[in-house]
Design a protein around this ligand. Structure first.
Ligand code: SF4
Length: 294
């Protein structure tokens, strides 16, 4: 049974959220509707400043609750009113800058004190039709402050070139923005803490297609715990959780899953499979491979 919120209560909650927005507070812990009701009556405070470690609802949990609580139609009051500061600007370059400033010298998860040299925010065309999302920075990326610049990055560049486009035309980011020590897989909690910023980047860029590179990216974005074999080979409808685009008509994008370039370096036999995934993406975007592709 979908939850319904009394229209008067909904208005009260919306007013309270707007009040916090005006004070520069944009992130909220989500609570069951019954608890939200007590917020509206002033009995509890749900907003926390952005410097808190629990920045906002994790994508996995958000995915679990975003759809069912239909409130006054199909809208979720928190999705509707918890506007982010970047939504006030239409220029995507400025909007991304606001997100970067909001991230600051981030200490929200343990990765900030495990040897990172710098935060690797993301790079590329802020109006890209195609976005690649990897797992996290490696040593080269940590050194240079840019995602996918090491050996895996060179392979990604070749993959992009084979699609008939350039690295400058796409946007590239990772699930976590700080290098996990020893290039270990980021912990789920680290992914959940960091990925809301990626969701905001996606909402600004509004790509037509996202390619999730590897299992960590795919599982975090899709909130699914399936194997790569199950995840690949199809498109998913994707909308970033916990944030709305500043373009209300944007209905989200397609998401495809393929192997991480670092995995392809370890097992080059899978390059053909990855190429199949990219061809599916090319078809969706109307791209044609140059005759000299590998
Ligand atoms: S990985 Fe993300 S959440 Fe964790 S410290 Fe770095 S920027 Fe902050």
């Amino acid at each position: 049974m979908p939850h319904t919120l009394d229209p008067e209560l909904r208005r009260a909650v919306a007013t309270r959220i707007r009040y916090y927005n005006e004070m520069g507070i944009y992130d909220f812990y989500r609570q069951p509707v019954s608890e939200a009701a007590s917020v509206a009556s002033g009995a509890a405070v749900v907003a926390e400043p952005q410097s808190e470690s629990r920045e906002e609802m994790s994508p996995r949990k958000a995915a679990a609750v975003a759809a069912p609580p239909a409130i006054h139609g199909d809208e979720n009051v928190f999705e509707v009113f918890a506007a982010k500061p970047e939504q006030r600007v239409s220029d995507p370059v400025k909007a991304l800058k606001i997100i970067r400033e909001d991230l600051g010298d981030c200490t929200r998860c343990m990765l900030h004190k495990q040897g990172r040299k710098q935060i690797v925010f993301g790079v590329g065309n802020p109006e890209a039709e195609l976005m690649f999302v990897g797992e996290g920075p490696g040593a080269d990326e940590d050194e240079q402050g840019e995602p996918f610049v090491g050996r895996a990055g060179q392979l990604l560049n070749n993959m992009i070139k084979a699609m008939g486009i350039t690295r400058e035309q796409v946007y590239i980011a990772n699930i976590v923005k700080c290098r996990p020590p020893g290039n270990r897989t980021p912990e789920r909690e680290e992914c959940e803490t960091c990925s809301p910023f990626l969701m905001r980047q996606i909402a600004v860029i509004k790509p037509k297609v996202i390619v999730a590179l590897g299992a960590t990216a795919a599982k975090t974005l899709l909130a699914m715990n399936s194997s790569m074999a199950q995840l690949r080979g199809r498109f998913y409808d994707f909308k970033p959780t916990g944030v709305r685009s500043n373009e209300p008509d944007w209905q989200g994008c397609k998401l495809a899953v393929t192997y991480h370039p670092a995995f392809l370096l370890r097992d080059p036999r899978q390059k053909g499979e990855a190429w199949k995934d990219l061809q599916m993406v090319m078809k969706e975007l109307g791209l044609k491979a140059p005759k000299t592709n590998t």
